[in-house]
Every structure is written in C-alpha cells, then in structure tokens.
Write a protein that binds this ligand. Structure first.
Ligand SMILES: Cc1ncc(COP(=O)(O)O)c(C=O)c1O
Length: 417
C-alpha cells in the first residue's frame, strides 16, 4: 500500500513547521503530537466556517474533528459570535466577571439536574483537578478511584505521561477497568475508609481502542459505592458534555453524579470550563481556593449562554445523534462496497472508526490521508465529533469523497497470499 502523504515542504504549513521547530520544543505541543494526525495533515489553520475548516495554505476540509470537540454548533456560529463580539467590544478581561457569569450559572443549574451551583474555569484539566480537590475537601479523605487509561487532563495527578511526574503526584490513585464492576469493587475496597471520589468518564473513550458506552449496572454500582461511604461520584463530561444529553451524559443510564466537569462544547470554541455540583458539596466549593487570571473573562461566558439557548432550542443531542448515525452507516456501507470492514464505536455523535484487522491503524491512516486529499478531515485513532452544522447535505458530500477514498484504498491494497 502506498502512503499518500502530500509533500508539504514548500507550503506555508511546511515553512511554519520549520520555523516552529526552532522556537517551539518539538515543533508542536499537545494533542496534535500525542494523538498524532497522519502524515501530510496540516498543522496550521487559518479559519473555519460552519462544518468546514481552512488550513494556512487555503485548502478547505469538511471537519469531523470540530477542533477536537469544542465546536458543537459549527465554526463561527453567527448568534454565538454576536454575543461574544458584544462583550469583546465592551471589554472581555475586566476587574471581575460580567453578568454573563450569573446568567450562565443559572442556565446550567436549570439544565443539569444534579447541579445546584457552578464554578467557572478555563480548561477541562482545571475542572477535573477542582473536582478532585472538592471531593477531598468535602470528605476529608484522600483516595481517588479512576479508570485505567481514561484521560482526565494534562496535569501531574492525571497526565497520561510520566515525564516530570513523581510517585507522590500519583499517590492515592487506585485504578479500575471501565464497565467492570468487580474491578471497581476491588478498587473501592482497597481505598477503604479513605475513599474521597470515584471518577467516571461519560463513556470509555481511550485513544485508539474500541469505545464503550457505560453499562447501567456499572453506573449504578459506582453510585452505590459513593452513597455507601459518602464519597463523591465525579463525572468527567469534558469531552461529551452537552453532545449526548443536556442534563449530563449519565442521564442515559439514570445515574447522577455529585460533581461534574464540563468544557469542550460549552462555549462553541471559546475558552471556558465549569464544575457543577450538588448541594452537599457547596460548603467545600465555598471554602476551597480556585482561580486564574483569565477565569472571569466575559466573552466566553456570553458565548456559552447563547450556546445553551441554541442547544435547547434545536434539541441538539437528538439532532447530533441522527447526524452521527447517518455518517456512521454511510462509512460502514462505503467500506463494505469496497471490500473493507470498519467498526464504529462510541456514541454516534462522537464516533471512532476503526478497520477490522488493522492493528497498527495503517489502513485507517491511509484512508484518512485519501479523504483529506478529497477535502474531508477525519481522524483514524481519536474519536471524531459531529456538530449541528453537519447537515444531511454536508454529511452526504463528505461520504461521497470518503467513498472515493475507500475506492483508492481498495486499488492499492496488497493482495494477501
Ligand atoms: C474526558 C476529558 N477530560 C479532561 C480533558 C482535559 O481537558 P483540557 O484539554 O481542556 O484541559 C479532556 C480533553 O480532551 C477530556 O477529553
């Protein structure tokens, strides 16, 4: 099979990479390195509109990453832009928060059944770290039980990397296997009287492996353990929050957390995260110290109020699920037409596509490169994201291009002896 990575060395992207490699360690930080996009993918972008993004060389793609999650309404949604712009024009970073902070907290408390208060921050890592701190502050205990392989942020206590992390940073963490009640029981038993929190992800969305939705018996077992010993059930809804259910992603399994972390989609791309909590955790939230220089910024909160209004008005989770199903079944059918088997996993609105029998994701990467060449931005290992801008027409246009990508892949497939 021939690799299809275009030569970008003379492009503006190529030039920026060369310059970046001199002044940015490794040429790039973060998830574009860790969850590496295939060779030939652009690293630098110039803009986005609706379901499309444009790289610095002017090539446009139908975007199935949605900025790795934040874009839920489409890039530069006009109502959200207008709300953010009005606050930017009046001043974004002031001596304290704007009235949007109160309006947004009220709106979130109305929308999320377990929430009776909200704290605002910037990133998902901030929100998850605050949840751990609040659980410990409220219970006076230390142990945190969390799923093996689950991503909760890029800070020492939970980073997937061990570089620069000490054993002390990770002291008091005990792991279980997602959806495995026995392993959860064992972790909780090991924590004993010292259990402060059980952390759960909205669904199992570890990089490069089949995604799993939460099983309701498992969710109930997690809730029961926390109730029995007075620990906090913490839902990490950073990735899935508002895409699956406006009330929280575990509404589907009928289990409510005590604390939840939101970020990606809440402001359609503006930097904001939030911790929501139940009444029992209010005193701890009043006592603990959380802040950041930019945590009062008004424009992201103005954007988020408008995002929530639109998500309610458009019945967003149902529409996103429908769009995801159309995309997923189109992918599966297209693959089959060209002699491949692909497996979709995770919720339809946040799907992961993998080829059967593709352990090193080589087929997946080549398909993505072929799709990119035809104007569709996919990811072979990380879950993708649908937005409300992914209309039937946009999805069908993308599927047509992806079908051509599968056809090319089939022609270059090595014949097995
Ligand atoms: C489930 C989950 N938790 C936490 C985080 C960390 O969020 P952030 O990158 O905004 O710090 C992420 C980011 O991808 C995530 O997907």
């Amino acid at each position: 099979m021939t690799a299809t990575a275009p030569d970008l060395s003379n492009s503006l992207d190529g030039q920026l990479r060369r310059r970046a490699s001199r002044v940015i360690p490794g040429g790039m930080w973060g998830h574009m390195r860790a969850a590496a996009v295939p060779a030939g993918y652009p690293q630098f972008f110039a803009g986005g509109d609706g379901a499309r993004v444009r790289d610095v060389d002017g090539r446009e793609y139908i975007d199935f990453m949605c900025s790795w999650g934040p874009i839920i309404l489409g890039h530069r949604h006009p109502e959200v832009e207008a709300a953010a712009r009005a606050q930017l024009d009046a001043g974004d970073c002031l001596d304290g928060p704007t009235e949007h902070a109160v309006r947004l907290a009220e709106r979130m408390v109305e929308t999320i059944p377990h929430a009776s208060w909200v704290l605002f921050q910037k990133n998902g890592s901030d929100a998850m770290t605050s949840c751990a701190t609040l659980a410990r502050a409220a219970t006076g205990r230390r142990k945190i039980v969390l799923a093996e392989g689950a991503y909760h942020g890029a800070v020492p206590w939970c980073s997937p990397s061990a570089v620069g992390v000490t054993a002390e940073d990770r002291a008091h963490l005990i792991h279980y296997t997602y959806n495995d009640i026995e392993s959860l029981d064992a972790a909780v038993t090991e924590a004993g009287e010292d259990l402060a929190a059980v952390i759960v992800s909205a669904f199992k969305h570890d990089l490069g492996i089949r995604q799993e939705l939460p099983v309701s018996d498992f969710a109930r077992a997690a809730r029961a353990h926390c109730d029995r010993v007075g620990a906090a059930l913490v839902l990490d809804d950073v990735r899935a929050g508002f895409r699956l259910n406006l009330g929280g992603s575990w509404e589907q399994v009928g289990v409510r957390p005590d604390l939840a972390a939101y970020s990606k989609a809440i402001a359609n791309g503006y930097p904001l995260s939030a911790v929501t909590g139940s009444e029992r955790f209010r005193p701890a939230a009043e006592k603990a110290f959380f802040t950041g220089s930019f945590w009062y910024s008004g424009a992201p909160m103005a954007a988020a109020v408008t995002v929530l209004d639109i998500l309610h008005r458009e019945n967003a989770p149902a529409r996103l699920e429908r769009a995801g199903r159309r995309f997923g079944s189109g992918l599966t059918e297209s693959a089959a037409r060209h002699g491949f088997e692909v497996r979709l996993s995770g919720p339809p609105a946040i799907p992961l596509m993998q080829f059967a029998d593709d352990p090193d994701a080589r087929l997946g990467e080549t398909l993505c490169q072929q799709a990119l060449a035809r104007g569709v931005y996919l990811h072979p290992k990380h879950n993708m994201f649908l937005s409300l801008a992914h209309t039937d027409e946009v999805i069908d246009t993308a599927l047509q291009a992806i079908d051509e990508a599968f056809a090319t892949l089939a022609r270059s497939r090595p014949v097995r002896p």
